[in-house]
Design a protein around this ligand. Structure first.
Ligand SMILES: Nc1ncnc2c1ncn2[C@@H]1O[C@H](COP(=O)(O)OP(=O)(O)OP(=O)(O)O)[C@@H](O)[C@H]1O
Length: 245
């Protein structure tokens, strides 16, 4: 069974109005199957972050539809959208955005506390175990390496057991060896736990960890590669860069 975790249908996102209006997504239709790891690539300004933000309910499309599981996001009130984001979506960014005065386990527990729920020790332990950091639970961010800090951020995104984990350049601030460790961990989450992952990246080596790479150009889908190799992705990106708009 290959159910869609997220489905975008003819999504348009226009910023501004009149002469200065910019359309970042042009009737984009795209589905992400449950349990798969997808990389989103494309030149700067092609709409990757806008796609992620619309798919994750952080931004509202100008028109079109976004379905998370069976839920249509575009018609939700702000309150319901906030709740859905909190309960069903995980997001990690290039910057780890950890609170420096809190320990790893306190950072991980924060989304549940902010939601007014009392995090169980087991849930926090489980989230840290999923990223291989149970032995660092009492450390503060300044006592952790960059890769460990991003693992804490991923554990924090996973504490609610989200339907989809989104990453906007999650390994962009890491050196290549650390980046590879984090990507292998994400790969394992898709393989072993059926976690759906959607990740924007500029790095062909990072994209090669995904099941599928989708390419955007000028706010439109510009093809996809299944079971991508870093070489094939790099060649594709080079061709895209050489194609005049
Ligand atoms: N808040 C905004 N206001 C106006 N224009 C915006 C806004 N956000 C994005 N854009 C425009 O929309 C287009 C797509 O931007 P987006 O950030 O989605 O691209 P991207 O592919 O993620 O780029 P990069 O790889 O450089 O991060 C760009 O032309 C950008 O300038």
């Amino acid at each position: 069974m290959n159910r869609d975790a997220i489905r975008l249908d003819r999504v348009v996102r226009t910023f501004g109005t009149g002469d200065t209006a910019v359309t970042a997504l042009h009737e984009l239709s795209l589905a992400f199957a449950a349990g798969t790891f997808t990389a989103v690539m494309g030149p700067s300004g092609s709409g990757k972050s806008t796609l992620l933000q619309c798919a994750a309910g952080l931004d509202r499309p100008t028109s079109g539809s976004v379905l998370l599981g069976g839920t249509e996001l575009t018609g939700l009130t702000e309150n319901r959208l906030t709740r859905l984001r909190r309960d069903r979506i995980g997001f990690v960014f290039q910057a780890f955005n950890l609170l420096p005065t809190l320990t790893a386990e306190q950072n991980v527990a924060l989304p549940l506390r902010l939601a007014g729920r009392r995090p169980s020790r087991a849930a926090v332990h489980d989230a840290l175990a999923r990223v291989g950091l149970t032995d660092r639970a009492r450390h503060r961010p300044s006592e952790l390496s960059g890769g460990q800090q991003q693992r804490v951020a991923i554990a924090r995104a996973l504490i609610t057991r989200p339907d989809v984990l989104f990453g906007d350049e999650p390994t962009g601030a890491l050196d290549s060896a650390t980046s590879r460790d984090v990507l292998r961990m994400l790969r394992g989450m898709a393989d072993d736990e059926g976690q759906t992952i959607v990740m924007v990246t500029h790095d062909p080596v990072a994209a090669a960890h995904a099941d599928r790479v989708v390419f955007l150009a000028d706010g439109r889908l510009d093809g996809a590669l299944d079971a991508p190799s870093a070489e094939a992705v790099a060649a594709r990106m080079t061709r895209m860069a050489a194609t005049p708009c």
